[in-house]
Design a protein around this ligand. Structure first.
Ligand SMILES: C[S@@+](CC[C@H](N)C(=O)[O-])C[C@H]1O[C@@H](n2cnc3c(N)ncnc32)[C@H](O)[C@@H]1O
Ligand code: SF4
Length: 367
């Protein structure tokens, strides 16, 4: 196993756009969940002996109190995971006090991913975020003061009512924080979210495809001009600061996910845990597996769906060696994507063209 994902499903408030496994919970419910999470982790000690990166995501891991955070790291330590090179934790900016920043540093966290989303007060309110723009700036200062320099900002564009000017102001402020990594996602309207209901009821207007494309173009150009490498569809890093964990996922390494709703890819299988905290607790407490389902996994298709997300694309010889078939023989429609200028071949690799980045789904639908 190369990578470990640990899911912490608690949130202070539910954001308008979010469909991840999470619940607003009381503290005692969190404690029970954490004990069960530690059991699930320990159950996998053997499989995790060679793990190189750990990603603690959510939900909101920064909502955990000191005892639970210490308990989590003590469990990891007791498992003797000596090969780990990188530990990332997701945090809500308003949780990152000086004390929390020092604690994370002391525990050995190497990278913090802040759910900044926007520096615009009205946008943050609309998205139902609990933090202010000031809290993002203060979180970055607190982390750097504590000795954590490797910081990511999760940012959103194509937020309903956002203009290009708003976006440019957000980019100015994101760049000003001096972080090593920025993930810039276009807002996806997920079913069963407040945002999808507001759109259905006509309470807000969707962002036009044309504006969304102009925004993506702006993000790419401005971050590149400021010294960030665009290395994945939505991800930008200063040299040497690409996400180790996510890159392993995009490169089709095995990973294990523990906790509610966590997905895994292991030994040619994909599977995921139950989403409900109640069901998860019941299963672990009764010594049953928390896995909800295994689902079809086509290794060749998966390799391309993941690998093409990286700007360097996929190594065509590596594909052939792994699957014993040439990439264009396995997926003939990909030839059309090269002919129509969505994909290109360069130095033995197959990758997106600039035009292809804007029409990625047309390529992914052919796989
Ligand atoms: C699941 S969240 C966890 C991080 C943390 N809970 C937070 O929000 O600060 C990870 C990131 O996914 C992105 N995200 C979540 N829902 C999204 C959506 N519907 N469309 C685009 N990006 C989304 C947000 O940028 C968020 O920071
Ligand atoms: S975006 Fe983050 S904080 Fe908001 S509901 Fe989703 S997981 Fe929770």
């Amino acid at each position: 196993m190369d990578a470990l994902y640990i899911h912490i499903p608690f949130c202070a408030q539910i954001c308008a756009y979010c469909d991840f496994a999470k619940e607003v919970t009381k503290v005692d419910k969190r404690k029970t969940y954490m004990q069960n999470l530690f059991s699930e982790l320990k159950h996998h000690t053997q499989a995790l002996t060679q793990v190189r990166s750990i990603f603690i995501g959510g939900g909101t891991p920064s909502l955990l109190d000191e005892a639970d955070l210490r308990g989590l790291f003590k469990t990891l330590e007791s498992m003797g995971l000596d090969t780990v090179k990188d530990i990332t934790i997701e945090a809500n900016p308003s949780d990152v006090t000086k004390d929390l920043a020092h604690l994370l540093y002391e525990l050995g966290v190497s990278r913090v991913s802040l759910g900044a989303q926007s520096f615009n007060e009205a946008n943050l309110k609309f998205l139902k975020r609990t933090h202010t723009p000031e809290a993002i700036k203060q979180a970055v200062i607190n982390l750097k003061d504590a000795g954590i320099e490797n910081i990511n900002l999760d940012m959103l564009f194509a937020i309903p009512n956002q203009t290009l000017e708003d976006l440019n102001r957000d980019i100015d402020l994101a760049l000003k924080q001096g972080v090593t990594h920025i993930s810039y996602y276009s807002v996806i309207v997920e079913d069963n979210t407040a945002l999808s209901r507001w759109l259905e009821q006509g309470l807000v207007a969707p962002v036009s495809e044309f504006l969304e494309a102009s925004m993506y173009e702006t993000v790419i150009k401005r971050l590149k001009d400021s010294g960030f490498k665009h290395y994945e569809i939505s991800n930008f890093a200063k040299a040497g600061f690409e996400s180790i964990h996510n890159t392993m996922v995009w490169e089709s390494h095995d990973y294990l996910g523990v906790g509610t709703g966590a997905h895994s890819k292991w030994r040619n299988e994909r599977f995921y845990n139950v989403r409900s905290i109640k069901k998860y607790n019941e299963r672990i407490e009764n010594a049953h597996s928390p896995i909800a389902d295994h689902y079809p996994y086509e290794p060749m298709r998966d390799f391309l769906l993941m690998g093409l997300r990286l700007m360097r694309g996929i190594d065509m010889k590596a594909f052939e060696k792994r699957f014993d078939v040439e990439v264009f023989d396995a997926f003939p429609p990909l030839r059309d994507c090269v002919e129509s200028g969505l994909l290109k071949q360069e130095d033995g690799r197959l990758k997106f063209t600039h035009k292809g980045l804007f029409l990625g789904n047309e390529v992914f639908m052919k796989l």
